[in-house]
Design a protein around this ligand. Structure first.
Ligand SMILES: CC(C)(COP(=O)(O)OP(=O)(O)OC[C@H]1O[C@@H](n2cnc3c(N)ncnc32)[C@H](O)[C@@H]1OP(=O)(O)O)[C@@H](O)C(=O)NCCC(=O)NCCS
Length: 243
C-alpha cells in the first residue's frame, strides 16, 4: 500500500474550526501529491514540514504557495549518568492550574508556526500550549511529567515521551520569576534519569532556531544539534494547484 502523503489533523481542525492537514518529511517530489490530497480532502490549512537542509523541498513548497513560518533544530544526546536535582517531583492532578498558567505565560510570545500565522487567532494559538501541557500532565500527551518547585510554588515543568531507545523532551517552561536558576536543565536531567530507568539511551530535544536559552540549556545537558526542520503553512486560497 502506498504511504499516505499527509493526514488530517482532528486536533488542529477542532482548535481552529477549519479542516487542517499535516505532512512531515515532505520532499520536492511529494509536493504534487500533497496538493492533490489537500484538494481531495478540502483542506483549508496545510501544515507541511521538510528537512531544514532540503532546499529543493523548501522551494517546491514555496512555489506551491506555502509560507515558511518556523524553523527548528533537533538536538540529541546520550542519557548517560544524571543526578536527580532537589525540588523536582512528578506532576499531579492538583498542579493543573499552575501548569496551565505557566504554559499560558511561557508560550505567549513564542514564535512558533501557529503564532506566526496571522490568519490564526492568537488566543487559540496560546491555548494550544496550555492544552498540550495539561494533556501531558494527564498522561495523554506525555509519559513522564515533572515540576520544579521553588519556595512551595510550581516554577517550571518538563514533559517527556519515549519511543524505543529514544526519549523526547516534549515541552517545558520556566516561570519568568524563576529563570536563570537552572530549572529547565533540572527538569531535563530528571527526564533523562526517567528515560534511563525505562531502558532508553538517548534524549531528543527540539526547539525553535531562535530560542537561544533553550538551546544553551540543551547543550549544557550534553545534547548536540543533529537536524533542522522547516515548517510551512499553506492556505487553500493561496495554494497553486497542479493542472
Ligand atoms: C527556555 C527557558 C525554559 C529557559 O529558562 P532557564 O532554564 O531559566 O534558562 P536561563 O534563563 O538561565 O537561560 C539559559 C541561558 O541562556 C541565556 N539567555 C537567556 N536569554 C537569552 C537571550 N535572549 N539571548 C541570549 N542568551 C540568553 C542565559 O543567560 C543562560 O546563559 P548560560 O548558558 O550562560 O547559563 C525559559 O526561557 C522559558 O520558559 N521560555 C519560554 C518557553 C520556552 O521557550 N520553552 C522551551 C521550548 S523548547
Amino acid at each position: 500500500m502506498e504511504a499516505q502523503v499527509a493526514s488530517l489533523s482532528p486536533l488542529d481542525s477542532e482548535r481552529f474550526g477549519i479542516v487542517v492537514a499535516r505532512a512531515d518529511g515532505v520532499s520536492a517530489a511529494a509536493v504534487p501529491a500533497l496538493l492533490s490530497f489537500a484538494r481531495e480532502h478540502e483542506v483549508e490549512m496545510l501544515i507541511a514540514r521538510c528537512d531544514g537542509a532540503d532546499q529543493a523541498a523548501a522551494r517546491a513548497l514555496a512555489d506551491a504557495g506555502l509560507t515558511l513560518l518556523e524553523t527548528q533544530i533537533t538536538y540529541r544526546g546520550s542519557l548517560g549518568l544524571q543526578s536527580r536535582d532537589a525540588g523536582i517531583r512528578a506532576g499531579v492532578a492538583d498542579d493543573a492550574l499552575a501548569v496551565a498558567e505557566l504554559a499560558r505565560q511561557g508560550f505567549k510570545d513564542l514564535a512558533g508556526h501557529y503564532h506566526a500565522d496571522s490568519r490564526l487567532s492568537s488566543h487559540a494559538c496560546e491555548e494550544i500550549y496550555v492544552d498540550w501541557a495539561l494533556r501531558g500532565l494527564a498522561g495523554e500527551a506525555a509519559e513522564a511529567f515533572y515540576v520544579a518547585e521553588v519556595e512551595g510554588r510550581v516554577a517550571a515543568f518538563g514533559m517527556f515521551t519515549q519511543s524505543g531507545a529514544e526519549v523526547t523532551f516534549q515541552l517545558s517552561t520556566v516561570a519568568s520569576w524563576a529563570r536563570g536558576k537552572g530549572l529547565y536543565t533540572a527538569c531535563l536531567r530528571r527526564g533523562m534519569v526517567w528515560g534511563a530507568e525505562q531502558g532508553a539511551d538517548e534524549m531528543i530535544g527540539i526547539t525553535a532556531h531562535g530560542n537561544i536559552p533553550a538551546q544553551r540549556n540543551l547543550i549544557k545537558a550534553g545534547l548536540r544539534p543533529v537536524a533542522g526542520t522547516s515548517t510551512f503553512h499553506g492556505w487553500r486560497d493561496r495554494l497553486v494547484m497542479p493542472r
